[in-house]
Unconditional design. Structure first.
Length: 418
């Protein structure tokens, strides 16, 4: 922990410049910056709290599965939800009520974490998926707080990092009460880190149990009036460097069918102008969602640069390319497109959902494509309705063939019980 805190001491010197940059770039507001430093305008909770942390939108989507059960199982506690970025913060605020409070998570400097603990008095910390903050964990344990990691995942790269930093790793592991690993590979990696069997449970990925929002059919019909369903592909959660590969694939696909359409949903909507400039280089006709434009029949691309509308785009497209997978980013969820009956194409990088994509590829539930020609060919292959229907059915059988949600949640809350 000494080296880690020395590293934080150096970082402390740039906190103010970094804060100003985040304010100027609108990555934070004055309110969220105060939260990061554990300064709060709201009054202290009347009861001890259950602290639930989810880094970003993806992790918070998983946490939403648990929130109703948390409220029911911990009626004598208040709940503090924390996230790490402003987009997830806006989503989390929708859950705010008399029992639930929402905040940006504190930075991992000891003085800040202590102030956070003093204000919220957490009795348990439930961390979703993949964030480890050594001071947070150590200081919570010192305060008598239970520390549980839910739907945990860890990459091979991260496993190797922790095994190279033995003192820090051992300090973290001794303070964790239980880890629920989201798949077999993750379970094995935690074992490799030295977590004992009594502290470790392999579960299903909670993402598959998330209640996906219903999409109004009239919205889908409106989209498909100009972007015909059979001719449309959704590009879900694209990152910088991926759009150029996708647009090259689109250019190739159009050579075989000039009626094809593409809906691009960037992971970060603020990149709208960057993507528009790229689309213009290809001379594609387009319209932009955030400009209140609706796709016309002459448009080839619809840039859906908004938050929270992916279910609509999945429902409007029989095929989805799940991005974040053409570059070493780790990929994004295959569960949602499958739920909305959109067949999946993905790239070669999917460490965030390694076991899920492994099962899909092994059982013909998705197609892996790593370059423009392969993506174009996979799109053409899935435009055959019979083949596509079989692919979607295979994926649904893998993810939704059995529903062990209640059993899994009961197991989690037994470990969290205070």
């Amino acid at each position: 922990m000494v080296k880690y805190n020395l590293f934080l001491f150096v970082l402390w010197l740039i906190v103010i410049p970094a804060a100003l940059i985040r304010l100027c770039t609108k990555k934070d507001t004055l309110h969220t910056l105060k939260n990061r430093l554990a300064f709060f305008t709201n009054s202290k909770p009347q009861k001890n709290t259950i602290w639930c942390h989810a880094a970003s939108v993806g992790e918070f989507n998983t946490l939403e599965t648990l929130i109703p059960y948390l409220k029911e199982n911990f009626k004598n506690h208040e709940i503090i939800l924390t996230v790490s970025n402003i987009i997830a913060y806006e989503q989390a605020r929708q859950w705010s009520d008399k029992q639930i409070h929402v905040s940006i998570a504190p930075l991992d400097f000891p003085i800040i974490v202590k102030r956070f603990i003093k204000h919220w008095r957490p009795a348990a910390l439930l961390t979703m998926e993949n964030e480890i903050f050594p001071n947070r964990i150590a200081l919570l344990k010192k305060a008598g707080c239970k520390v549980v990691w839910i739907n945990a995942r860890i990459s091979e790269k991260s496993t190797n990092f922790w095994n190279r930093n033995l003192n820090l790793k051992n300090e973290v592991i001794k303070n964790i009460d239980h880890v629920f690993a989201q798949d077999k590979l993750t379970y094995q990696r935690f074992k490799k880190l030295g977590l004992s069997s009594p502290k470790l449970t392999q579960t299903e990925n909670l993402k598959k149990f998330r209640a996906s929002p219903k999409v109004k059919k009239n919205y889908i019909k409106k989209i498909n009036k100009s972007f015909a369903y059979e001719n449309t592909i959704c590009i879900a959660s694209s990152h910088p460097g991926e759009e150029i590969i996708i647009l090259d694939a689109f250019k190739l696909a159009l050579q075989g069918n000039s009626n094809l359409k593409m809906i691009i949903v960037p992971r970060h909507p603020k990149r709208m102008q960057e993507i528009i400039n790229l689309i213009k280089k290809y001379n594609f006709k387009y319209s932009v969602r955030s400009k209140n434009e609706f796709p016309s029949i002459n448009d080839q691309i619809y840039l859906a640069d908004t938050i929270g509308e992916l279910p609509l785009w999945y429902s409007s497209s029989p095929i989805t390319f799940v991005a974040g997978s053409l570059l070493p980013i780790g990929g994004h969820t295959p569960y949602e497109p499958t739920f909305y009956s959109s067949a999946i194409i993905h790239g070669q990088y999917f460490s965030n959902f390694e076991e899920a994509y492994g099962k899909l590829n092994k059982n013909q539930g998705a197609i892996k494509a790593i370059n423009p020609s392969q993506i174009s060919a996979a799109w053409e292959k899935l435009r055959n309705k019979d083949f596509r229907d079989v692919t979607i059915l295979n994926a649904k059988n893998i993810f939704y063939g059995s529903n062990e949600k209640d059993i899994l949640l009961k197991l989690i809350f037994e470990k969290v019980s205070i």
